[in-house]
Design a protein around this ligand. Structure first.
Ligand code: ADP
Ligand code: ASP
Ligand code: MG
Length: 452
């Protein structure tokens, strides 16, 4: 069986949506389960709807028109979306117009994006001769904890999904991004979380492959918005793809690969608009290239904050590091890079919303300095960092253009060399390294995907 996940641009642009419907139709004999995101832009509008206190009526009208227009362009009746649009309009959370919508109410409202999208996609598939049904992931077994906005699947989700999706006589079109608590309240898995949903469903059902259909022909050698000449990377290991996703390659949600890794299920990233392109295949093994190691891709995460804590004693006192990390841990602050010197430790965090509370406590441990407006750049390729010369090559290139490097971390992962620069230099640095490390040269192609 096959998981086919279609992102917002794949389902939300009429021409692409027709391609997506064909892709499923052509694979109907391979026991497909479809996972869909909300139509492109809809989750952002729903986020705005929750925040806005004055423009709700206008935003609701925009959302209704967007879906009705999409339904019409696919030749479907408005009845496909009308019940859900009414349910959204009548949602009790919208009746307190002066208060922003938060927590459980917010997740319930955001979920309408994926619910509407699944309803449309299932109706369109059925209308084109592939019987399908829309499925609310939470109702099909994707149970989560109640951390609204960032919910985690519960261990029993696996078994429940197997039961909930056992009947595949009509192709299940499952909502990405959302789940339910055990007592039936809708949750969301974090922005971009539909990829993660696809992986969770794929792992639960023991899929032969998880296919992520998007708007690029695979995972590319850099973000194409930064490096227009970026090329698809034909093969990646789970470790490489994890690092890229974690350090900003938006094409895969960072949590996507874990369920696939645990079950050894290949993940393939494909282009809905160009379904014949081979895309990228992500598996446990790294590519064995005749040329030996090779940097495959460069990712970049902006909006990073660095915190440096200097010990007030001359040398790092016994227990100093433990005390520092205990503070970060207790405040649930995720630390990305860490570097230490004899008297100080620097860490980077990408979500600094909880930092103010932690800073007061860190100041009791040492002298604290906070720098904002930074970016982490990650140069990824299995084995590449440990090969003689990569670090030298990278920093020579940066030195040549006079970009100062704030922190360097050659991860124990053997997969990635990462460093911190000022955000203003980030795009230039990625472009420079892409060219300087030879990523603009053509990479070998890949055998065709199942069902292609
Ligand atoms: P979807 O709606 O299909 O989930 P996303 O917008 O979430 O798609 O992710 C695809 C986008 O990710 C691409 O259009 C591209 O702008 C961005 N991106 C960033 N880094 C990469 C990369 N290394 N390879 C491919 N796409 C990338
Ligand atoms: N629709 C959700 C978002 O925009 C989930 C996704 O697209 O993966 O964040
Ligand atoms: Mg996405």
């Amino acid at each position: 069986m096959l998981i086919l996940k279609f992102g917002g641009t794949s389902v939300g642009i009429a021409a692409h949506c027709e391609r997506a419907l064909e892709i499923v139709h052509e694979r109907a004999t391979l026991d497909p389960v479809v996972v869909v995101s909300a139509l492109a832009g809809v989750t952002n509008t729903l986020v705005e709807l929750c925040r806005a206190t004055e423009t709700r009526a206008l935003l609701l009208a925009t959302l209704a028109e967007r879906h009705l227009e999409h339904v019409r362009s696919l030749g479907l009746e408005s009845e496909v979306v009308n019940p859900l649009l009414s349910e959204l309009r009548d949602d009790p959370a919208l009746f307190a117009p002066e208060t922003p919508i938060a927590r459980a109410d917010r997740d319930r409202v955001l979920a309408f994006g994926e619910r509407l999208s699944a309803a449309i996609f299932a109706a369109a598939l059925s209308a084109r001769g592939t019987p399908a049904r829309a499925v609310h992931a939470g109702e099909a077994g994707l149970v989560t904890d109640d951390r609204f906005g960032q919910a985690h699947p519960l261990p029993e989700a696996d078994r429940l999904l197997r039961v909930g999706l056992a009947d595949r006589t009509r192709v299940p079109v499952v909502t990405g991004f959302i789940g339910s608590t055990s007592d039936g309240r809708t949750t969301t898995l974090g922005r971009g979380g539909s990829d993660y949903s696809a992986a969770l469903v794929g792992a639960a059902l023991g899929a032969d492959e998880i296919q992520i259909w998007t708007d690029t022909s695979g995972m590319l050698s850099a973000d194409p918005r930064v490096v227009p000449e970026a090329r698809p990377v034909p093969r990646l290991s789970f470790a490489e793809a994890c690092e890229l996703a974690y350090f900003g390659a938006q094409v895969l949600h960072p949590k996507t690969l874990l369920p696939a890794m645990e079950r050894g299920i290949p993940v393939r990233v494909l282009n809905t608009a160009r379904p014949a392109d081979p895309g990228s295949l992500v598996t446990a093994e790294a590519e064995t290239s005749e040329k030996g190691w090779r940097v495959k891709s460069i990712a970049c995460k902006q909006g990073i904050t660095a915190v440096t804590i200097a010990s007030t004693r001359m040398l790092l006192a016994h227990g100093f590091l433990a005390r520092v990390f205990e503070v970060f841990g207790r405040h649930h602050i995720v630390v990305d890079l860490v570097t230490t010197s004899e008297v100080s430790i620097s860490v980077t965090v990408d979500d600094d919303s909880r930092l103010p509370q932690a800073l007061a406590e860190l100041e009791a441990i040492g002298r604290v300095e906070v720098r904002n407006g930074l970016a982490v750049v990650a140069v990824v390729g299995e084995g590449a960092p440990t090969q003689l010369g990569l670090a030298g090559h990278v920093f020579t290139l940066l030195g040549g253009v006079g970009v100062p490097v704030e922190m360097i971390s050659q991860g124990a992962s053997r997969v990635n060399l990462s460093f911190v620069v000022a955000e203003v230099h980030a795009a230039r640095v990625v472009r420079l390294l892409h060219r300087g490390l030879g990523l603009d040269v053509e990479a070998p192609t890949l055998e065709a995907a199942p069902g292609a």
